[in-house]
Design a protein around this ligand. Structure first.
Ligand code: SAM
Length: 282
């Protein structure tokens, strides 16, 4: 397998006149060991249709192509999107027909923009939008059954945090609606060009059914957002405007079997589903 190293990444960027931008989270992996590790930990199979967000210069794409049925790569930067098929045709002609490039914003991409239904997500996500992109894909692509993403280390910790921990919060709860989420190892900053000023981490996701509830996903997420907008307050106080009054919040909590003096960080997503279900209707 031919992969991109530091020399190839810089040469490609220079050829395209690319000056990596922070705005688009453009830190390209220059280490073959890291992309091989990502593919191994992702546990993709030859039947998988992988969606990769932000393929950049193709570091991870080249490691994925020999292992899966297809890679659908969604890239926002037009120069990078146009170059990727050329890079792959040159470096791995045998598997080039497995690649589809979609020039789009991953935050807005819809299922109709994709040439095939992805079964797995494998991506070194753009760090400034990693959580919204992840949640958007989990929502619009029920066919995704697993994922392995690289994100900022702190975000990896938040996504995989368990109730009761200091960093547990909105990303942990919303991701848990869709999947079992685990940390899958650290990644140092020196495997990137340019090197970011934070470390990274791998996160693995395995799809599971959301908690059973008569509330909609939007209603459950609204309760989560309300609880964490004032995370230091008790749920009775934090959910007062969400429910109408503190008394209505208390009623919803009691009916949901949740102690009104508890705080949001102590609850799991199933608790929020019950709270949303018991919100007093006007
Ligand atoms: N996968 C490549 C690698 O590992 O070397 C590049 C990863 S780099 C961290 C993030 C990539 O996401 C960049 O190529 C950037 O242009 C792209 N990107 C940023 N925002 C995006 C968005 N909203 N939708 C799609 N791609 C985006």
């Amino acid at each position: 397998m031919t992969l991109l190293g530091p020399v190839e990444v810089r040469a490609l960027a220079e050829k395209l006149g690319i000056r990596p931008t922070k705005k688009l989270g453009q830190n390209f992996v220059i280490d073959g060991g890291t992309v091989r590790r990502i593919v191994r930990v992702a546990e993709v199979t030859p039947d998988d249709v992988v969606i990769e967000i932000g393929p950049g210069l193709g570091s991870l794409t080249l490691a994925l192509l020999p292992e899966v049925a297809r890679v659908v790569a969604v890239e926002i930067d037009p120069a990078l999107a146009a170059q990727l098929p050329l890079t792959v045709a040159q470096m791995d002609p045998e598997h080039a027909d497995r690649l589809s490039v979609v020039h789009a914003d991953a935050l807005k991409v819809g299922v109709d923009d994709l040439p095939a239904l992805p079964t797995a997500l494998v991506a070194n996500l753009p760090y400034n939008v990693s959580v919204p992109v992840l949640l958007h894909l989990l929502e619009i692509l029920p066919s995704l059954h697993r994922g392995l993403v690289m994100v900022q280390a702190e975000v990896a910790d938040r996504l995989a945090a368990a109730p009761g921990s200091r960093i547990y919060g909105v990303p942990s709860l919303k991701a848990a609606w869709y999947a079992d989420v685990r940390r899958a190892g650290p990644v140092g900053r020196n495997v990137f060009w340019p090197a970011p000023n934070v470390d990274s981490g791998l996160v693995s996701l395995v799809r599971r059914d959301p908690p059973e509830t008569s509330a909609t996903r939007e209603e459950v997420f609204a309760a989560v957002d309300a609880a964490f907008a004032q995370r230091r307050k008790t749920l009775r106080a934090a959910l007062a405007s969400w429910a109408g009054t503190a008394a209505a919040a208390e009623e919803a909590l009691v009916r949901a079997g949740v102690e009104p003096s508890a705080r949001g960080e102590q609850l799991g997503i199933a608790d929020f589903a019950r709270i949303a279900e018991n919100r007093p209707r006007p």
